[in-house]
Design a protein around this ligand. Structure first.
Ligand code: IVH
Length: 711
């Protein structure tokens, strides 16, 4: 679209509905139909809304206003004909026998008074007739319909567009709050319970933490997390997500269990559903309004997101008489809370470093009150999120708070002065100055969303975690030095780096503030710790390597490296040489069976950092010795040779065979090359055999190998 055209459209979008000509109105309705459909899709199908609920409501209100003025222009595809988006592909479709409608909204107390007055007039009630109305929180999740036949859960669906939803029965079955069989007697043949699937704040935070740790995208808010979790094609994933369910209404029922809304909720409870504990009934409008303000005050402490209070006429016979207007019942109303959003200025972006080295950008904001709470920080998750928002320091932004979840930046306010400079994500760690890298996920080949500090051993943000790993059972295994002691010694600067552990006693001897005098310590326990440290001054090389906490180097890889390189000095020297990707050292590292590019890079990067080498040097100086693994056999027929295993082995596992070959002094490689001396081929060996023939390499079968191995 050219710039002139764009600004003409913008001008039209600003013009009030009453002032539009017929032609302009038609054009606006076409635009709104497209816009609303786009946002419906983003919200309902992608679980990734791009505008706030308030902005969305404004689009719909404008559409309604224009349609009210020009009813002849109402389009076939008008958003007022539908409630949400068409169901996404991938799930079976379910047509709701009773459509799933939405609620009309109230934004202030007077709207609620009008609601009650309208109802009184409609029902022709006398002034002293009591109009009981129920009130309950409006849960911010996604609605679902659960069909039970003869008490058994048979079909569960999302709302979809209100008429047709998605069949998510298998997924709903994994939710603990949803009973598979209804409890009690006198259960109608057909029961369809409707309610909200949601995620608590606590579960949401934990889920996002797991996502972050795994380098996966985080969810913007609990509602998106709930929607994304429910709409998984694999129900096992849904089962691993902590979803909950509140029952609040019904669809098709072969028989009603009560004559009032509150009576039906009571029946739902008895049948085994969870009804919101705050559900109540009021006998006057003023009581409803008090209820609303009470819930509003308690909103932040409920532990899950709500966005208002829902009122419903209690008597079902009155509900029936009142009926529906367009998309919503006349007998119900959603009283919305004011948007927990506000505008403020993003002053700067700072980087926080987590326990595992993940770099998280944090937005420092000019303090602003959002929903009654002062907000001055917001999370930006990672570099991609900054890019997606297009946000720069100095920008005016819309911030949003969802309950007690960390505030978020929703979007940049484009028509305010913009920040001048783009934020450049640092390539070093702000805590320790080491390089920060985004790794390539070895499985997907994609760049991780999270940048990580490579300064593990020296980075203060990671130090305690790294030290804890260093002394752990499969590493240095130092008795009496657990997480608690490590944290306390770190705090008091007694142990900052692994080598400090081994100089602790010598420093203690000279110190005035002795370990034995510390709280919780005595001369016996201090002596015991020093002795425990002393006995670990010599450890096997594989433990030593594992203890360093090099990313991707677990116990198995540490053993592989220890075997391949023999001594610590040789290992370190080779890893330093391998920094040159043209070197023999680099190709040798890659030729080790089990060492891929990601692992190789992470080891070489580790030794490229001066501070990591200082730690290794420090350990040497403190008298720590890495003992080579037991000598490999020198006289075996494969000593010094390179062996490749291919095809399936039936008498030994692949790792057993590998370990045996290594013990016999061989190097085990994963692929055939000119360096290969011997191939052990089991059934199903493929292309490797052809290559072997081409290169004239000796091939033996498993039996011959077993004989050679003396097994
Ligand atoms: S009653 C006929 N009660 O709000 C209307 N809805 O805007 C039946 N919602 O689609 C809905 N909490 O997803 C009702 N306590 C509550 C609710 C609630 C959340 C949602 C529901 C519905 C939307 C209507």
């Amino acid at each position: 679209m050219n710039a002139k055209r764009k600004s003409a459209d913008e001008a039209l979008a600003q013009k009030e509905a009453e002032h539009l000509t017929l032609e302009e109105a038609a054009e606006e309705l076409a635009r709104l139909a497209g816009e609303i459909e786009k946002h419906d899709k983003l919200y309902y199908q992608k679980d990734a809304p791009r505008i706030s609920d308030a902005e969305y409501d404004a689009l719909r209100r404008r559409n309604d206003a224009i349609e009210a003025r020009y009813p002849e222009l109402v389009r076939e595809d008008s958003p007022s004909h539908r409630v949400g988006a068409q169901p996404a592909d991938g799930f079976g479709k379910v047509v709701h026998r009773v459509p799933m409608l939405s609620l009309s909204n109230a934004f202030d107390d007077d709207d609620v008074r009008d609601f009650a007055l309208r109802i009184r007039r409609f029902l022709n009630l006398k002034e002293d007739d009591i109009l009981p109305i129920t009130a309950e929180p409006k849960i911010d999740g996604l609605s679902a319909a659960l069909r039970y036949e003869k008490g058994e859960f048979v079909l569960g669906a999302t709302r979809g567009d209100g008429r047709e939803g998605e069949n998510v029965t298998a997924n709903l079955k994994t939710i603990g709050d949803i009973p598979a069989t209804l409890k009690g007697k006198d259960i109608p043949d057909v029961v369809e319970v409707r309610g909200e699937v949601y995620m608590s704040h606590e579960d949401f935070a934990a889920l996002n933490e797991r996502q972050r740790e795994a380098g996966k995208p985080v969810f913007a808010n609990p509602r998106n997390a709930a929607a994304g979790s429910l709409r998984q094609l694999d129900a096992k994933i849904t089962a691993s997500r902590p979803l909950r369910f509140f029952a609040y209404t019904w669809g098709e029922m072969s028989e009603m269990p009560a004559e009032t809304q509150s009576g039906v909720m009571e029946a739902f409870r008895k049948w085994g559903f969870t009804v919101n504990p705050l559900f109540g009934r009021c006998d006057s409008v003023e009581a409803l309004i008090d209820f609303y303000h009470d819930i509003e005050e308690r909103r932040a402490t409920l532990g899950y997101d709500i966005d208002g209070v829902v009122y419903k006429v209690d008597r079902l016979d009155w509900q029936n008489r009142l009926g529906f207007v367009s998309r919503s019942p006349r007998w119900a109303l959603a009283h919305k809370f004011p948007a927990e959003q506000a505008m403020t200025v993003l002053e700067k972006i700072e980087i926080q470093v987590g326990r595992t080295g993940a770099l998280t950008p944090v937005a420092r904001l000019t303090p602003v009150t959002v929903g009654g709470v002062v907000v001055s920080n917001a999370t930006l998750h990672n570099a991609d999120e900054i890019e997606r928002l297009g946000v720069r320091p100095g920008d005016t932004v819309v911030v949003q708070r969802a309950g007690d979840v960390i505030p978020q930046i929703v979007r940049v306010v484009e028509d305010r002065p913009r920040g001048k400079k783009k934020f450049v994500f640092p390539d070093t760690c702000p805590e320790c100055g080491s390089h920060a890298v985004r790794e390539t996920n070895p499985k997907t080949g994609k760049l991780d969303a999270v940048a990580r500090c490579t300064g593990g051993l020296v980075c203060p943000a990671q130090a305690v975690e790294r030290l804890r790993h260093f002394v752990s059972r499969n590493a240095f295994d130092i008795e009496g030095l657990g997480e608690k002691q490590i944290a306390a010694f770190y705090e008091d600067e007694l142990i900052r780096r692994p080598d400090d552990i081994f100089t602790l006693e010598a420093r203690d001897a000279k110190s005035l503030k002795k370990l034995k005098d510390r709280e919780g310590w005595g001369s016996t326990s201090a002596r015991k710790l020093f002795d425990a440290i002393d006995t670990r001054r010599e450890v096997e090389l594989d433990r030593f390597i594992f203890a360093l906490g090099i990313r991707h180097v677990g116990e198995t890889n540490a053993r592989l490296l220890a075997r391949s390189y023999g001594t610590l000095d040789h290992f370190e020297e080779q890893m330093r040489a391998a920094a040159d990707r043209e070197s023999d050292a680099w190709s040798e590292l890659l030729s080790i069976d089990g060492v891929g590019e990601v692992l190789a890079e992470s080891i070489v990067d580790f030794f490229a950092e001066a501070h990591n080498r200082e730690v290794v040097e420090g350990l040497r100086k403190a008298g720590v010795k890495a003992v080579p693994l037991p000598e490999q056999e020198k006289s075996s027929p494969i000593a010094g040779k390179t062996v490749v295993f291919t095809g399936s082995l039936e008498r030994m596992t692949r790792s057993e065979a590998k370990a045996r070959a290594e013990q016999m002094g061989a190097k085990v490689a994963g692929s055939v090359s000119a360096k290969t001396d011997l191939i052990v081929a089991g059934p199903g060996a493929g292309s490797k055999l052809a290559k072997a023939a081409e290169l004239g390499i000796e091939v033996i079968d498993e039996d011959a190998w077993m004989e050679m191995a003396g097994a």
